[in-house]
Design a protein. Sequence first.
Length: 178
Amino acid sequence: MTTASQQDENENTQGTAATAVDNDERDRLSIELEAAQAELAALREEVLREHAELDNQRKRMARELDTARKFANERLLGELLPVIDSLEAGLKVESDTAAHLREGMELTLKQLLKVAGDNGLMAVDPAGQPFNPDHHQAMSMVESAGHPPGHVVQVYQKGWLLNDRLLRPALVVVARHD
């Protein structure tokens, strides 16, 4: 038989062992909790850093876009400067005839059209061609013995394409279908 003191001693031993297991479990859980809290703090810091980096990138892109808008036509305007110089020089000349004035205007127009062409601008001058509703706007239709039906008889105003996209349609008169 076991005595009461032996039972008390057995319970104390079991209690001490249980307490030791509980303490080991608490220590392990405490270590895991500290590790999880450290990882959470590191992740929060990383998220804050990434957020700040994205915000800085967004601001940088906005500045670059603003600069690009301000100076988008810099090359074109730089190429137009010689045309402006030609016009100013032509205005300073004391022309004795209309022929000299016309010659200067023709040279300046040629220079201007070259700059426009170099920058993707192309004239749409459809005289005698079939009517194209994508590039032409019909102002009227007329009977014309010299033109097939549906062809452009007269151009009131040239159209313009910018890099193959319609900038302004040509205003035209079209030969009527019989």
